[in-house]
Design a protein around this ligand. Structure first.
Ligand SMILES: Nc1ncnc2c1ncn2[C@@H]1O[C@H](COP(=O)(O)OP(=O)(O)OP(=O)(O)O)[C@@H](O)[C@H]1O
Ligand SMILES: [Mg+2]
Length: 356
């Protein structure tokens, strides 16, 4: 039996909005952009999938991160077992067991092109919702152009019956995949920034803490901590978990432990040391909220921080490209730069404060 996660904060309204847009035909393909650990996967599994099922969709989930799980074979198996109630969408996730029985993909079935599988799915009475997680892995793989092309063809032809949500942790690769004029997903999907959780999330955790421990927690301080963690749900819930297990811990202490552990300071230090001074200053500028990296003002600011006469636009371009390739920097749908790992952003800001 799947155990319900008591610390999971449901995002039902967001899921309802997305599904309503699918149903009304506003869009048929959607990409959720967000930096790492913001809760994309959990949202698909805990909010979108169950709601879509109750609304009459057959739901398929696949993570391209799981390299030993063949997407085509998984989709084929799904299409064949769709009417079998025991094997719902979650039976496709390798490693998760249903009623105690682990489900492995049957690789024996004869290979069928993806577009053909989608055509068969579109023939069914129920509409299908495909949840394709970590899609950037597909874009990255050098031998995947057939898969991408076939997927695109199928999704394009049957857009009235087959809906799809893509997500990924590297917006850089996603952008390359969706926005590249030559790539088969050009202008294909509607793109939205996955909205970060807000104060209602930190208050939800505060209430659970108070129920469990009968101790008081300052809700404003907890929200401030959430902001300091760049609104990353994983880190705040780990803090609360730690405080529930050990109610003697103060919020400050639990946060301190969390920052040392999630940031693994030593690793960030190493990454930092390997960067050039310009890379470092660019990351710091982005962490501090600079949005116009190439502006005259910012180039002056960079030059003065680096102690040089001038910083050329081309140098910034080269550096940004490198930082994006290394997935240290990412961009949202409006092309705004941000630090990909929120714990790294916190580390950079803390670091700069302690140096001044
Ligand atoms: N709504 C939520 N309520 C409580 N905890 C959450 C919520 N969303 C995410 N989390 C916590 O954050 C962790 C990371 O979430 P998730 O794996 O969904 O993020 P992600 O955006 O898919 O990250 P990645 O880019 O690494 O794949 C979860 O394991 C969970 O502990
Ligand atoms: Mg994920």
């Amino acid at each position: 039996m799947l155990i319900r996660d008591p610390l999971y904060f449901h995002r039902t309204t967001l899921a309802e909005t997305l599904l309503a847009n699918f149903k009304s035909g506003i869009f048929h393909a959607l990409t959720l952009f967000a930096p790492r650990r913001m809760g994309k996967t959990q949202f698909l599994l805990n909010d979108v999938a169950p709601l879509a099922e109750t609304q009459g969709f057959s739901v398929f989930y696949h993570s391209f991160m799981d390299s030993d799980n063949d997407f085509r074979a998984a989709l084929q198996l799904f299409s064949e077992n769709k009417n079998n109630k025991v094997k719902g969408w979650f039976s496709q996730i390798k490693g998760i067991s249903i009623a105690g029985s682990g489900v492995e993909l049957n690789k024996q079935t004869e290979a069928e092109p993806i577009s053909q599988i989608i055509a068969r799915l579109a023939d069914e009475k129920k509409p299908t919702l495909l949840l394709l997680d970590e899609i950037q892995e597909l874009a990255r793989g050098v031998n995947n152009s057939n898969v991408v092309g076939s997927l695109r063809t199928g999704l394009d032809l049957y857009r009235d019956k087959i809906k799809v949500i893509f997500t990924g942790s590297s917006t850089n690769d996603l952008r390359a995949m969706f926005n590249n004029g030559k790539a088969p997903f050009f202008h294909f999907s509607h793109q939205i920034d996955f909205p970060p959780l807000g104060r209602d999330f930190s208050e939800f955790l505060a209430d659970i803490y108070q129920q469990r421990t009968e101790a008081f927690i300052d809700k404003t301080a907890l929200y401030q901590t959430f902001l300091r963690l760049n609104q990353t749900p994983m880190y705040l819930r780990q803090i609360i978990e730690r405080m529930i297990i050990n109610p003697a811990l103060t919020l400050e202490q639990a946060t301190e432990i969390q920052l040392t552990q999630s940031g693994t300071g030593a690793d960030y230090h190493k990454v930092w040391q390997e960067l050039t001074a310009l890379d470092q200053q660019l990351l710091l500028a982005v962490a501090q909220g600079e949005t116009a990296l190439y502006s005259e003002r910012n180039r002056h600011e960079l030059a003065s921080r680096l102690g040089v006469a001038e910083v050329k636009t081309s140098s910034i371009q080269g550096s940004v490209r490198k930082l994006e390739n290394r997935e240290l920097l990412t961009r949202d749908t409006k092309n705004k730069q941000s630090i990909n790992e929120s714990a790294f952003k916190t580390w950079i800001l803390d670091q700069s404060v302690s140096q001044n």
